[in-house]
Design a protein around this ligand. Structure first.
Ligand code: FRU
Length: 489
């Protein structure tokens, strides 16, 4: 369906509120509504933005197009939480209502400054001829009520790069503020720019490009860059576009990954100590953002969009799309990033449905659910989640481990609702050993944590009513624990 510019760039008005409420009532009836993930009240959700801890609460925002499951002029929608587990809808935070952001309030981050919550975002301006001119801007939360935009942008577009300059992540280092900004150079290579200032509202200066040795030619655009300190290392996280699929790697249309290294803010050199690794091996994971405050001061907690640009999902026809991933706690072990379910997620657990040791298991399941498998001992394993009772070993979302090939594979090609068929039905990672799986299943997603966070695989799935079985077949005895999870939404 083609949409007009008027529909695409529509700005939310007070008069739309009743209509959105009605839409939300309809959408709530969907069987694919999640029970413990952040999802849009209506329309489309993409990147997480402004993730931070402020005045005893976690805050996160999402990129939001309210009027349907499409990418139009984006808003920021605000959510808060005490524990990173249950979230409250706080309503619209920023909408595209100034000349600087007339085609969208694009992604960005948050910082507490002067005891106030400040949002740093990209104003996606386009002129009458549809030429883009991005601005980096600030809005301040006043009286704990309203986000007020500063009159002028803090950073204007650099003429040395193309129009793709966006997604500012702000950080504080050695008494200075830095912004790392996604960009594209004139040879159409992805870059990250570094800006510095003493005060977040004024005098921002472009220091130059982040120099990442070996990554001068690594995709045509770097979206959503993020630079965080974990223990004594720096981790550069970004979403490069334009990498060619290569064996097990880069099979999604766009990637989201990390490099561990050392950062020198004087020379702007980031010295890699690891290769670029994808954060997640599943189908739907992009534009992650981290926060390192509160209990995560020496580590970080990260959330991502459980979706991808240029993709469609079963719920598009219901007028909504997208959700965020669970928060993950980051740490570094033997030069690799470890991602565990955030520690508080324990409180999601409700009754234990089963806890036993066996080789085979077949049971009707009801979501939301957590499945933990232990003592797998690198034996062959097959799991079918959301399989059909008449064919439970060969339907549903298939997970398998092949210990000869050391391959761990997920396959969503046997589910009845097929999505993004042009992106392939399987994803495989190479695993030298498999011991533990921790799988979080919501009404329309499966997040797999492998070997205590060594790898993760995250995917949207849209099971029909008939697809309601769980089948497990292991080569040898394994420990299985299954818990009902709380329905928070
Ligand atoms: C990533 C992204 C960002 C941009 C935002 C717009 O998904 O394209 O680069 O700021 O989404 O919604």
């Amino acid at each position: 369906k083609t949409i007009t510019n008027k529909e695409k760039y529509r700005v939310l008005e007070k008069s739309d509120l009743q209509n959105l409420k009605d839409m939300n009532e309809e959408i709530k009836k969907s069987k694919f509504r999640q029970k413990f993930h952040i999802q849009p009240i209506t329309g489309l959700l993409n990147d997480p933005n402004g993730f931070c801890f402020f005045h005893d609460e976690w805050h996160i925002f999402y990129q939001w197009f309210p009027f349907g499951a499409m990418h139009g002029a984006k808003n920021w929608y605000h959510m808060t939480s005490d524990d990173l587990v249950s979230w409250k809808n706080k309503g619209l935070a920023l909408k595209p209502d100034t000349v600087f952001d007339n085609r969208g309030v694009y992604s960005g981050s948050a910082i507490v400054y002067d005891d106030k919550l400040n949002l740093i975002y990209t104003g996606n301006h386009k002129d009458e001829r549809d030429v883009r001119h991005p601005y980096q801007c600030v809005a301040v939360l006043e009286d704990n009520k309203k986000f007020v935009k500063k009159d002028e942008p803090i950073i204007n577009m650099s003429q040395d790069y193309t129009e793709h300059q966006r997604d500012p992540k702000i950080m504080y280092e050695d008494n200075k503020y830095y912004i790392i900004l996604g960009a594209q150079d004139k040879n159409l290579k992805g870059r990250a720019l570094i800006y510095v200032s003493d005060d977040i509202y004024n005098n921002w200066k472009l220091l130059g490009e982040l120099k990442v040795k070996g990554y001068e030619d690594f995709g045509y655009m770097w979206e959503c860059p993020d630079l965080i300190k974990i223990e004594d290392k720096y981790v550069l996280i970004f979403s490069p576009q334009g990498l060619q699929a290569n064996g097990y790697k880069y099979n999604n249309i766009y990637q989201n990954g990390y490099i561990i290294g050392e950062m020198n803010f004087e020379t702007l050199e980031f010295i890699p100590e690891s290769e670029f690794e994808e954060l997640d091996g599943g189908f739907d994971f992009y534009a992650s953002q981290s926060a390192n405050q509160n209990v995560y001061e020496n580590t970080a907690v990260l959330m991502a969009w459980m979706g991808l640009p240029d993709s469609s999902y079963t719920t598009d026809d219901e007028g909504w799309s997208g959700c965020l991933t669970l928060p993950r706690e980051l740490s570094i072990k033997s030069g690799k990033l470890i991602q565990k379910p955030a520690r508080n997620l324990k409180i999601l657990r409700d009754d234990v449905i089963t806890s036993h040791i066996s080789k085979n298991y077949l049971q009707k399941i009801k979501t939301p659910l957590e499945i933990k498998l232990e003592d797998i001992n690198s034996k062959n394993l097959e799991i079918n989640i959301f399989s059909d009772k008449n064919n439970s070993s060969n339907s549903g979302f298939k997970i398998s481990f092949d210990n000869k090939k050391c391959e761990f594979t997920i396959d969503r090609g046997s589910l009845l609702n097929k999505i993004n068929t042009n992106q392939g039905f399987t994803r495989t990672i190479k695993l030298d050993m498999l011991d533990k799986l921790d799988i979080f299943i919501d009404n329309s997603s499966i997040e797999i944590f492998i070997n205590d966070g060594e790898y993760t695989m995250t995917s949207r799935v849209f099971p029909t009513d008939e697809e309601c079985m769980l089948y497990i077949k292991a080569e040898d005895n394994i420990k299985l624990e299954m818990c009902r999870l709380k329905e928070l939404i």
